[in-house]
Design a protein around this ligand. Structure first.
Ligand SMILES: [Zn+2]
Ligand SMILES: [Zn+2]
Length: 842
């Protein structure tokens, strides 16, 4: 079978031979366009200009040419682009929908949305799930980090942009390509107000995920405005097969439209003019407007992805502007830095308020790069700019269409403040590292490694090296190289993957969803593979969603593992089964184990909600595990959780228990659930299927979850948080117990307190001070013994009576820098040693 790239190439050729079949050529001919072949790149294109022999591509047509004599009838502001577009498409029968979060929680294969169609993959595009509206248009923010080094410089590149999507999902008999093509053409003519003589349409092909189809790109004055893709075919071994669902995927940059219609020097001036203006005021930056004006048509030539020799490219551009390279850089680089700060702050605002956190792993690493690149520009030029302020300005500028971005501003500020602190610490540390390194040869690989593991900016290195008279070559696409280092890290898929031959075995009916207390059932044996048993139905819960499997018996034989393969549940027995396929057998689960797991699972949802209330809206589940002994919840948080915060979370969780809140569980169509509750339901990650199970703790928490759950929060009884640890950058683990295990823990704690009181001969509240005294006197005596010095009798007596308010065991453990479970043993040892020191010294 062909790869996507090969399929695209092959299909472009196929479609080129028969354009009437694959493109809306009727409309084009009707409107006076004729088909031509580009003399420069060989692509087929459509134009009304009889003499034109090259296509509209940036390179073929000679760069961006819309700054002078702009062809648009109207200048549209950024927000107006969407307002006008959505109004026009509403009249054409489309439903404008709200954007999806840029954090792609519903997908297991990507961290951030990279195109509007990603909102509807995989289940809408595959036909399994109904779209939220049909046809629809959506203003979808996207993040792509491949061009980060070009941001600011070329005037056109962004890491965060809004892709306006025009989408339709229909059966082949309802497919009308001419109609949807007319709609987008209407937007070009009447929305942006570009006359036909200024537009070229390009025949092209698209392929992805085993599907492919034709597409039509549209250009004006060297700018690609958008691309209308028609997903129509599926690759098979022999020939293309028509998809039963045809998908329209038109994507067009909102920023591009605003820029093109306004003809401003850069895309940033058009997309967030008020932020750029504020930054110019705040920095007091002045720049030569004449040089800027001459520079912008050629800015695209400095694309580091496309030129081999960037120094030569600068020389060429300077030549065209008519000044020296130094002069050009003096004008352009500070402005490029300022634009970058503005652009990165907007990406950070959107990603952070949608729930992402900068970190060292996976896609979120790119957010750290955005923040650090901004901080380092601010440092370099000595500007008085506070990044969270810039985010606030963006929120204000976007408020009329995206009010949700103003909701989490305090959280965004806190996250960026912590990020700034980390950046400053790194800078301090890096000075030393650089001093040690600078005398050796510094390769590109070393530079990348220094940034990646120590956060050391390559510019700092080259500056320090220069002081020693050495030059260090920093690759121009440095930041995209760093970004690539982490792009391989896919989201982890933790569920167990067995590979039993289950051909023709139907989906197992799960009996554990409705009643978590149901522990007995009768079922038919459908398949036996070794010790593995498949039944037609079962109450056995398979390990999934972080919850451990049930144990129990099938006809008196022990079940030691239960897992899922696709939609089939497999029971592993300790021995060979004594029953046969086709038999009816009885199953029983260990109900004590089930209840404890259920307590832990419901408590996980309760703690997640409590943590969000106490720590902020950026809290999301990053992972979870529920065993019989204890459970943990990993949450996204930018720093460690303090004891005080942990206590507040525990108190709120227990208040939720006391408040006796009803817990509803039901299966819902996916699109209905997403519409009603938002994409935050995917706390446990992406879940498959057309119908998803929703667990709702009324007014508190809604999650898509397949686990076993209680019917009311009061059934949890008690929740006791054991501790929290930072397990990786941006992720904190909270360990806890609930139900019976919490009661055991509390009893154990009471026991420990009682024993410590006895050993130390004080009331419980006096324990921390007494232990502190013990520890101080033990250290003093030990030192005295070593030096053979006498110390007074009273230095061996324990007399403190000071009382402590708060968690006594945690505080005491802190004093001794140990874990609460080791306290009794440790304190006994200190007392014994202190006594022996006393004997030896006297
Ligand atoms: Zn061309
Ligand atoms: Zn759950």
């Amino acid at each position: 079978m062909l790869t996507d790239k090969e399929a695209k190439k092959w299909f472009r050729k196929e479609a080129g031979k028969n354009p009437d079949k694959y493109y809306a050529t009727d409309v084009l001919k009707e409107e006076g366009f004729s088909r031509k072949k580009c003399t420069k790149c060989g692509k087929y294109f459509w134009t009304t200009n009889k003499n034109r022999d090259f296509c509209g591509d940036t390179a073929c047509s000679g760069g961006f040419r819309f700054f002078e004599d702009n062809p648009c009838k109207e200048k549209l502001s950024y927000i107006e682009v969407w307002q006008k577009f959505s109004k026009m498409f509403k009249e054409l029968g489309y439903t404008p929908i709200k954007r999806y979060p840029v954090v792609a929680r519903w997908r297991s294969d990507m961290d951030f949305v990279i195109a509007s169609i990603a909102d509807f993959q995989p289940y809408v595009v595959s036909g399994e799930v109904e779209p939220p509206a049909n046809p629809l248009v959506v203003p979808q923010f996207c993040l792509r980090f491949g061009d980060i080094d070009n941001v600011g410089i070329t005037g056109s590149h962004m890491t965060c942009f809004n892709m306006i999507g025009q989408h339709m999902f229909v059966s082949p008999d309802k497919w009308d390509q001419n109609k949807v093509f007319r709609h987008i053409k209407k937007w070009l003519n009447n929305g942006l107000g570009i006359p036909d003589s200024e537009i070229t349409f390009h025949e092209d092909a698209w392929a992805g995920g085993g599907n492919f189809g034709p597409c039509m790109e549209f250009f004006s004055r060297g700018v690609e405005i958008g691309n209308q893709v028609y997903m129509m075919y599926e690759q098979t071994e022999t020939e293309p097969k028509e998809l039963s669902l045809k998908v329209l995927d038109m994507g067009m940059g909102m920023e591009r439209c605003a820029w093109f219609s306004q003809g401003t020097p850069t895309i940033y001036d058009a997309s967030f003019p008020s932020v750029v203006k504020k930054l110019i005021e705040k920095t007091g930056i002045t720049y030569n407007k004449e040089i800027m004006k001459k520079y912008v048509p050629y800015a695209g030539f400095l694309n580091v992805d496309e030129v081999d020799d960037i120094d030569k490219a600068w020389k060429d551009v300077a030549g065209k502007v008519g000044i020296s390279v130094d002069e050009l850089k003096k004008t352009i680089l500070p402005m490029a830095a300022l634009y970058s700060i503005a652009e990165h702050a907007r990406g950070l605002l959107i990603a952070l308020s949608d729930g992402a956190l900068p970190s060292n792993v996976g896609g979120c690493y790119n957010l750290r790069i955005l923040a650090r690149r901004s901080f380092s520009f601010i440092d370099k030029y000595g500007w008085d700019i506070n990044l969270p302020d810039v985010c606030r300005w963006h929120a204000e500028e976007l408020k009329s269409e995206f009010p949700e971005l103003s909701k989490n501003l305090d959280a965004v500020e806190k996250i960026l403040d912590v990020e700034k602190e980390k950046y400053e610490n790194t800078k301090q540390k890096s000075k030393q590292i650089i001093q040690n390194l600078i005398r050796k040869e510094i390769t590109e690989k070393k530079l990348l490694q220094l940034y990646d593991s120590h956060g050391i900016d390559p510019e700092i290195i080259s500056k320090e090296a220069l002081k020693l008279g050495k030059t260090v070559d920093v690759p121009k696409n440095f930041y995209s190289l760093v970004s690539e280092l982490h792009s391989e890290e896919k989201k982890e898929i933790a569920e167990k993957k067995e590979n039993l031959n289950l051909k023709d075995i139907p989906e197992t009916k799960a009996l554990y969803f409705d009643d978590y207390r149901k522990d007995k059932f009768k079922a038919e044996v459908l398949k036996i593979i070794g010790n593995n048993i498949v039944l037609d139905k079962t109450v056995f819960y398979p390990s999934s969603g972080g919850q451990d499997h049930d144990n129990g018996k099938l006809d008196n034989q022990e079940v030691i593992d239960v897992f899922k393969q696709g939609n089939v549940i497999i029971h592993a027995l300790s021995d060979k089964p004594k029953f046969r396929e086709g038999d009816y057998i009885e199953g029983t689960i260990d109900i004590g184990r089930r209840l404890q797991l259920t307590h832990h699972h419901t408590a996980t949802h309760i703690i997640n909600a409590a943590a969000r209330k106490i720590l902020g809206p950026h809290i999301n589940q990053a992972g979870a595990k529920k065993t019989v002994e204890k459970a943990h919840l990993d949450i996204t948080h930018y720093q460690s959780i303090t004891n005080d915060e942990l206590e507040k979370i525990e108190n709120l969780a227990n208040k939720t228990v006391k408040d006796k809140i009803q817990i509803n569980s039901s299966f819902m169509p996916r699109n209905e659930a997403e519409k009603k509750y938002g994409m935050g339901i995917y706390q446990g990650g992406a879940v498959p299927g057309k119908e998803i199970r929703i667990i709702e703790i009324k007014g508190l928490d809604v999650e898509a979850c397949g686990g076993t759950h209680l019917k009311n929060t009061s059934e949890v009884g008690k929740i006791r948080i054991l501790k929290s640890t930072k397990i990786q950058d941006g992720v904190v683990r909270i360990e806890f117990v609930a139900g019976e295990k919490a009661k055991e823990e509390i009893d154990k704690k009471k026991g420990t307190l009682g024993e410590l009181s006895k050993i130390l001969n004080v009331d419980a509240a006096q324990i921390p001070a007494r232990v502190d005294e013990l520890f101080t006197k033990w250290k003093k005596a030990k030192k005295a013994l070593k030096k053979g010095k006498q110390i007074p009798e009273q230095d061996f007596e324990l007399k403190s009576t000071e009382k402590f308010q708060g968690d006594i065991l945690t505080k005491t453990a802190e004093v001794l820098k140990t874990q609460p479970e080791h306290l009794v043993k440790t304190i006994k040892r200190f007392i014994k040693e202190l006594n022996s020191f006393k004997e030896k010294l006297n």
